[in-house]
Design a protein around this ligand. Sequence first.
Ligand code: IDP
Ligand code: MG
Length: 139
Amino acid sequence: MTGHITFTMIKPDAFSAGNSGAIIKMIEGAGFRIQAMKKTKLSKEVAGKFYEIHKERPFYQDLCEYMSSGPIIAMVLTKELAVDSFRELIGATDPAQAAPGTIRQLFATSIEANAIHGSDSDENAQIEAGFFFSELERY
Ligand code: IDP
Ligand code: MG
């Protein structure tokens, strides 16, 4: 199981709606273990750095505004095949396309304010986890 990690953030819309507890319950219920967790608030600059890969996309500025608009909860999660398993649990980017029972189908309000982030590859999971947590904070 070593190396099977993914990184997630409960996004500002879900945090401010009071859905963090329900979302964490679903995550643990699906067999993920929390290796690191913190509540924080991103500056626009930090959000911009985190989503740098999207900087040419038309929604980039809005995304950075939105991700810095309120607190988030960042977590590193472990499970076998964590990245794919977690993408399945959260559902499609657009909640209108997300499968029934997925976190985004249940809690997202729009394609932008879609409740939760999930890493898209093992490599990005490591990069994103390192963006928020030191090795000592992950156990
Ligand atoms: P993902 O979060 O499902 O991996 P990405 O394509 O990586 O989706 O996009 C990152 C984030 O950017 C999304 O989670 C969502 O918040 C936002 N986003 C993606 N596509 C759009 C769009 O078409 N309009 C507005 N925001 C978007
Ligand atoms: Mg993505």
